[in-house]
Design a binder for this molecule. Structure first.
Ligand code: SAH
Length: 298
């Protein structure tokens, strides 16, 4: 047997790459004067879709967020124009309106414009607002979904979004409003009761407030919490903590990096499913919820 990498199905990596190229050659035509809103995924470039990769190669100009990882940006061909469109909590960033105006301007110059956004463009990413601005300006657009951080990031942390023994629902929440405060529209009381698993985006700045509202709404201070920083990137960091201790734990994370807050029993499954940790020697438990012991006792 040769030394080429083989997938479990016995296909060589080279033939997989050929298929990827073939798929990409059947990809939609990127018309000049149009905008593609493209999801860059949570960071690991391997999590980009083939459509996203195709878009990066076809674009004349790429307008990207601060959240897009340098690993993904490295896939942009040299010579393709890049425009940074900011947005990272705490730092000054261009106004949303200015970004939309820029996209319209570039499209009207006949460019193929990629608007590259971290995660998925339509999940807490203002992609819908930008798309509506394009509609108002009569500019053709396409959406290329990306893997949202609340999904891909949790999986790299070894936390499943659902498990039969822990939750039948999961809620994605934003912990931050455009104006900087905690969103008034989030009914923490109702969420606390109705959703066993909460995945909070942009919650870092208000973590103390979020934890105390959840406890006031009836969640236990001992409820498991995970803080996931730089999910899917080489410097990913995960802290397992509890609701009453999470605000303190947050301070141990580096400043200015994206963080997800996960609340609920799903976090306990990490003891069995931290596959990345296992690759570095962590011993995984086959029954992290102690279901067997509990059923024997019952
Ligand atoms: N559209 C993006 C979310 C944008 S909101 C998506 O679908 O993922 C920005 C928030 O997303 C950050 O504050 C953080 O909570 C979360 N986030 C995005 N990428 C992340 C990453 N690699 N690690 C941890 N959190 C991330």
């Amino acid at each position: 047997m040769g030394k080429k990498a083989r997938s479990p199905e016995g296909q060589t990596a080279a033939s997989l790459a050929c298929e990827a190229t073939e798929l990409s050659s059947r990809a939609p035509v990127f018309a000049p004067g149009s905008v593609w809103l493209v999801g860059a995924g949570p960071g690991d470039p391997g999590l980009l879709t083939l459509h996203a990769l195709h878009a990066l190669h076809e674009a004349d100009v790429i307008v990207y967020d601060a959240l897009v990882s340098k690993e993904v940006l490295a896939l942009i061909p040299e010579g393709t124009a890049r425009v940074i469109a900011g947005k990272r909590g705490g730092r000054p960033s261009p106004r949303q309106r200015d970004i939309s105006v820029k996209l319209i301007e570039l499209a009207n110059q006949g460019k193929r414009v990629v608007r590259l956004k971290g995660g998925d463009p339509f999940v807490f990413g203002r992609g819908a607002e930008e798309a509506l601005a394009l509609v108002a300006a009569g500019i053709a657009f396409r959406v290329v979904p990306g893997l949202t951080a609340g999904l891909g990031g949790l999986e790299y942390a070894g936390i499943p979004l659902t498990h039969r023994d822990t939750n039948q629902a999961v809620t994605f929440i934003t912990g931050h409003m455009a104006g900087g405060g905690l969103p008034d529209a989030v009914d923490w009381q109702a969420l606390s009761r109705a959703s066993p698993a909460l995945v909070i985006y942009m919650g870092r700045r208000h973590i103390t407030e979020i934890a105390s509202r959840l406890i006031a709404a009836g969640r236990l201070g001992s409820d498991p919490v995970a803080l996931i920083a730089n999910a899917t990137l080489p410097d990913q960091q995960v802290i397992e903590t509890t609701l009453e201790k999470c605000a303190e734990a947050e301070k141990k994370l580096p400043p200015q990096v994206p963080v997800l807050i996960v609340v609920g029993k799903i976090v306990r499954l990490r003891a069995g499913l931290d596959w990345l940790g296992a690759l570095e020697g962590r011993l995984l438990l086959a029954d992290p919820l102690d279901v067997k012991r509990q059923s024997e006792a019952g």
